[in-house]
Design a protein around this ligand. Structure first.
Ligand SMILES: Cc1cc2nc3c(=O)[nH]c(=O)nc-3n(C[C@H](O)[C@H](O)[C@H](O)COP(=O)(O)OP(=O)(O)OC[C@H]3O[C@@H](n4cnc5c(N)ncnc54)[C@H](O)[C@@H]3O)c2cc1C
Length: 246
């Protein structure tokens, strides 16, 4: 049985960042189901990685419903702290979205992965069980375990709803976020049409931004930003199936 201070499950951005921080004081093992780290990270921002947003924290928080939960994290690990991890610069585009100047998510992943040199990483290691005394898959024991297995979307990147049963701790409601919308109306005939800088409203919320008609509905920054508001007002259990809404 191998023993560690901290075992981190999942080698996406959350697991990698946890490993970098925890390894400063502890013996850490990072367990990743795939043969490589950060498969979803490579897809971000269309492969360019929209790594953060440069709006002042106070303003940024207004976009979230769980402000109090995020406030502490945003102030204790700022954009400046984030940028200091990389050996390249960043560019800021419209709506204060920040991208690496190389415009490659792969460079973000490489820079973070390089900081894991001292850390034991087990690839192709899918965590299936955690016993009450913190033994993982009957072969690794840790004093503490961080579960960073991601959400349920894009299962081809390694995510799975099965991971929610790894913990007996209560799990908050799981909802869609930053999602395109599927419409009942067939919009495929006008797919590709873009509406620039329009106001879209849902109930009392109004959002200004670009809208793109897709083959199945609506997408684009305006829709993606509004989607959280819609998601919040729908009552459903993502693990139990799709929401039944118009
Ligand atoms: C198409 C797309 C574009 C996106 N663009 C952006 C963007 O531009 N900017 C942005 O901020 N966010 C973006 N996101 C969201 C971003 O990718 C996620 O928020 C981020 O990847 C979450 O990081 P994570 O580490 O929590 O989870 P993940 O990146 O999902 O990583 C979880 C890891 O855990 C591993 N794992 C899962 N189960 C197990 C197990 N049982 N045992 C061992 N390992 C396991 C998985 O293989 C995976 O490597 C985008 C997402 C998608 C799908």
């Amino acid at each position: 049985m191998k023993e560690y201070d901290i075992a981190i499950i999942g080698g996406g951005p959350a697991g990698i960042m946890a490993a970098i921080a925890a390894s400063r004081t502890s013996r850490v093992i990072l367990l990743e189901k795939n043969p490589s780290l950060g498969r979803k990270l490579l897809m971000t921002g269309g492969g360019r990685c929209n790594i953060t947003n440069n709006k002042p924290i106070k303003q940024l928080l207004t976009f979230f419903n769980n402000k109090n939960f995020l406030k502490h994290s945003f102030y204790s690990f700022t954009n400046e702290d984030l940028f200091s991890l990389f050996d390249f610069d960043f560019i800021t585009e419209d709506d204060d979205r920040v991208f690496p100047e190389t415009e490659r998510a792969a460079d973000v992943l490489k820079c973070l992965s390089d900081k894991l040199e001292e850390i034991v990483i087990s690839y192709n290691f899918e965590v299936k069980t955690i016993s009450e005394d913190f033994v993982i898959n009957d072969c690794i024991k840790a004093d503490r375990i961080i579960i960073a297995t991601g959400g349920v979307t894009y299962p081809q990147t390694g995510c799975s709803p099965d991971n929610y049963s790894l913990t007996t701790q209560p799990i908050t409601d799981i909802k869609y976020g930053l999602s395109p919308l599927v419409t009942c109306e067939d919009l495929s005939g006008i797919a590709g049409v873009t509406l620039n800088d329009v106001v879209i409203s849902y109930k009392k919320t109004k959002v200004r931004g670009n809208v793109l008609v897709s083959h199945v509905g609506l997408t684009g920054p305006g829709i993606i930003n509004l989607s959280n508001e819609i998601s919040e007002s729908i009552s459903y259990n993502l693990l139990a199936g799709e929401p039944d809404v118009d």
